[in-house]
Design a protein around this ligand. Structure first.
Ligand SMILES: Cc1cc2nc3c(=O)[nH]c(=O)nc-3n(C[C@H](O)[C@H](O)[C@H](O)COP(=O)(O)O)c2cc1C
Length: 175
């Protein structure tokens, strides 16, 4: 197997998972900034990781825009975020649907890992975005269960990284 792990990470949580996965697989973890789609032709297994920002997987267009070029390979995408990883309704309806066309999911396996959000580390723009999101959602008269969860998550402040979460991805890649 010739594998590569590619990541886009603003605050380090996705990078930490990428490095751990690469260590387990005995391959390289590379910042997406320095990767061109053409260079991926020589790999048979591609693992892409991106932090979640407003349900968008950072930099995942490297995979989705080049899907036709890459679809013959084993493909896994992982995300890191603060939404509880067992909250499938949120993840499947809002993250997976937004980032992938349905046919891509026949080839791409998607995994979600707990990330980190430390308020003191966020840029002023990101802190303001979280504050605004909380204000908008809190102003709703009858928030749905999911909105109530998202309002609570705006107050998350911590590192929820759990490297045990990668086991499922590793099993998929080596199977
Ligand atoms: C502005 C902003 C928006 C975010 N949006 C989401 C989101 O939609 N879903 C989620 O689960 N986490 C969200 N998060 C949390 C980040 O995804 C989480 O902190 C992640 O671990 C960041 O990855 P990184 O450290 O590799 O940059 C958001 C964080 C910020 C600051």
């Amino acid at each position: 197997m010739k594998a590569i792990v590619i990541y886009k990470s603003k605050y380090g949580s996705t990078k930490a998972y990428a490095q751990k996965i690469a260590q387990c697989l005995g391959c390289e973890a590379v910042d997406a900034k320095s990767v061109k789609a053409k260079e991926l032709e020589g790999y048979d297994t591609i693992i892409y990781g991106g932090g979640l920002y407003a349900e968008i997987i950072g930099g995942v267009s490297l995979i989705t825009k080049n899907y036709d070029l890459l679809s013959g390979k084993k493909l896994a995408v992982f995300t890191t975020g603060i939404t509880p990883i067992d909250c499938r309704e949120y993840y499947d309806d809002m993250v997976v649907c937004k980032n992938f066309k349905p046919h891509m999911l026949e080839k791409i396996r998607v995994f979600n890992f707990p990330g980190k959000m430390i308020m003191g580390e966020l840029t002023a723009v990101h802190r303001a975005a979280i504050k605004t999101l909380k204000k908008i959602m809190s102003s709703k008269e009858n928030p749905t269960e999911m909105e109530t969860m998202l309002i609570k998550l705006c107050d998350a402040d911590g590192d929820f990284t759990d490297f045990k979460a990668i086991d499922e991805l590793i099993d998929y890649v080596v199977e």
